[in-house]
Design a protein around this ligand. Structure first.
Ligand code: PAF
Length: 288
């Protein structure tokens, strides 16, 4: 496995690989790797000839300077982990190579970015689209792997790929969880032991909502989720939505939809966490 720091170097490598007919799988990350990332890398190593992982804490997608500075950076440890999962190249660029000048690009994703993460983190998806676009140009993958935990990000990247005609197949991979249900996230590293125990309440809230879906209207489910989290110390709900699984637009009622996405964001202490589950309503009704 090679660690590449320069954009020009990864371009050359990719060009040679493509000329020799290799299929390239790509896992873009911001590092602080956990099993969730590693599952994407294993999938890529299995599906493609070559796997490239990028590690870059992208400044333009943070709408909060403190969040950016506190984001965990563990490159040496990440490189060791990547050696164990069939990764061939780690692309860990310096910011100057990705942003040689201040990025002025503006994307618009319409209603998709007006809700949930887009609504609560202004500019976030513009930064994600900017860096993913740049990385796709540099790495030129045949396939790119993203985790379902960032469901709205996957939808944004899908629009980016369609909008700019990137010749890349997107693979959405299921969220990996701790045994108690907490979704794996690099941000979990910032939780104190006590907060770590409380953080599972996001997953529990999603399960509560799932159980209520066949029984209650959307407004009552939202109230039940808010009331449940209000009772938990240090947990501050930012949003809970019942949304269409592809457009991510909030649904006023779930009945009649084959599948819905339950999406949540909450602060646990100072740490902002997100999670979601997809619920097949036919199955939910049978269970009920
Ligand atoms: O999901 C992430 O880690 C980031 O948003 C991504 C896709 C690597 C872009 O910086």
């Amino acid at each position: 496995m090679e660690v590449i720091k320069q954009a020009s170097a990864i371009r050359e490598i990719v060009q040679e690989l493509r000329c020799s007919g290799k299929r390239i799988g790509f896992v873009p990350t911001m590092g602080a790797l956990h099993e969730g990332h590693l599952s994407l890398l294993r999938a890529s190593a299995q599906d493609n000839d070559i796997t490239i992982c990028s590690i870059f804490v992208n400044p333009t997608q943070f709408n909060n300077a403190e969040d950016y500075s506190l984001y965990p950076r563990t490159l040496a440890q990440d490189v060791e982990l990547l050696k164990t999962v069939g990764c061939d190249y780690v692309f860990a660029p310096v910011a100057q190579d990705i942003y040689p000048q201040q990025s002025l690009l503006q994307f618009s994703f319409g209603p998709l970015e007006a809700v949930m993460e887009g609504e609560h983190r202004p500019g976030h998806f513009n930064g994600v689209a900017t860096v993913v676009g740049k990385l796709f140009h540099l790495v030129q993958p045949h396939r790119a792997y993203f985790g379902q935990k960032d469901l709205q990000q996957v939808a944004i990247v899908k629009q980016l790929v369609l909008g700019l005609s990137f010749d890349v197949e997107l693979v959405r991979y299921p969220t990996l969880r701790e045994p108690d249900g907490l979704a794996l996230s690099s941000r979990n590293k910032r939780l104190s032991p006590e907060q770590r125990q409380l953080a599972v309440s996001l997953y529990k809230a999603l399960q509560l909502a799932k159980g209520l879906l066949p029984l209650k209207p959307v407004t009552s489910i939202k109230e039940a989720v808010a009331a449940y989290l209000q009772g938990i110390d240090q947990v501050q709900l930012e949003y809970f939505e019942i949304a269409h699984p592809d457009t991510l637009q909030p649904l006023a009622q779930a009945q009649g939809e084959p599948e819905v996405a339950l999406c949540i964001a909450a602060f646990v202490g100072e740490v902002r966490l997100i999670d979601n589950i997809l619920v097949n309503l036919n199955e939910a009704q049978i269970v009920a």
